[in-house]
Design a protein around this ligand. Structure first.
Ligand code: ZN
Length: 302
């Protein structure tokens, strides 16, 4: 491992990273109420050492917290959190994609969604394909390097997101009110609608709209650190898979120490909406104005 690997590992636990230096960085300590941040990682030249200025020598606790052993912290032992194990089935994408040039593999993709880690590093992309028959599919693209190559060879590969993946976030993640929906398209579209409504309605607070890559499975394996201390409002699709997704999110909100979590069951609040209705669809056709959506939402706000 090296400092970058440790940073990724810590970032995936939702802790804030600051004060990067050549031989170390700081992060918020998970074991005390830390705003400074006062926990540290330091490259001794042999290994990456951890500690906290406030708690003292808590390296063992920190390692356990991050799922690491002492051995993992040694430099160059291949314990790389961002490495891709060689598998010929994965398609390597040219780096020109990162330059904004279209890669042939995306030619029929209808949208690309960018995922970032909590400390703002690029985590990967989800590509959405809308097929002529109305069905959709997704591909996950991660950024990393092959474990038998140097880190400077980092590139994109068609490889699924790992556990501890970051959520997809639209808007300001620091806002108190976090609305959870299903799918990147819904998150983007509802955020756009909400921003427009803000210009008509006074005192409508800023929100962040978030989702998980790969719906139900994604909900289970996403790092929901963004929920800590927040008011979480879950607004699933109007169907059974939607409710299953919502139940997982509610449990995660509690696990991740949210301030409060509310679940909006569309079937109860909006009788008559068609199956699969979500916040990207207009409610007007079904006899509901956006004022109704806003009043349900604001009743959950802090
Ligand atoms: Zn501490």
């Amino acid at each position: 491992m090296d400092l970058h690997d440790m940073e990724l590992r810590i970032d995936r636990h939702g802790l804030k990273i600051a004060g990067r230096r050549d031989n170390g960085f700081n992060f918020t300590c998970p074991f005390h109420d830390d705003r400074t941040p006062s926990a540290w990682a330091f490259n001794t030249g042999r290994r990456i050492k951890l500690g906290c200025f406030a708690c003292g020598n808590i390296e063992e606790r920190l390692l356990r917290y991050f799922g690491l052993t002492f051995k993992d912290t040694k430099l160059g032992n291949g314990m790389d959190t961002n490495s891709i194990t060689v598998n010929p089935k994965w398609i390597i994408l040219p780096t020109m994609y990162e330059l904004g040039l279209t890669s042939p593999i995306f030619d029929d993709g209808s949208a690309i969604y960018k995922y970032k880690t909590y400390s703002g590093l690029l985590y990967g992309y989800v590509v959405r394909y809308d097929k002529p028959d109305g069905k959709k599919s997704f591909a996950q693209i991660t950024h990393g390097y092959f474990s038998n190559e140097s880190k400077t060879s980092a590139r994109f590969a068609r490889k699924g997101f790992g556990d501890g993946r970051p959520p997809y976030v639209v808007g300001y993640p620091t806002n108190q009110n976090i609305v959870v929906v299903e799918g990147e398209k819904t998150a983007l579209e509802f955020y756009r609608v909400y921003r427009t409504l803000q210009s008509y309605i006074d005192n409508l607070p800023n929100i962040a709209v978030v989702t998980a890559a790969a719906s139900l499975h994604g909900a289970k394996v996403t790092n929901w650190g963004i929920f800590r201390g927040k008011n979480v409002i879950v607004w699933p699709d109007n169907d059974m898979p939607g409710m299953n997704f919502a139940k997982v999110i509610c449990a995660k909100a509690i696990d991740f120490d949210c301030y409060k979590v509310s679940l909006i069951n569309p079937r109860k609040y909006f009788p008559g909406l068609p199956l699969k209705w979500d916040l990207a669809d207009s409610p007007v056709t079904y006899g509901y104005g956006y004022d109704r959506i806003i009043s349900v939402l604001t009743s959950c706000f802090e």
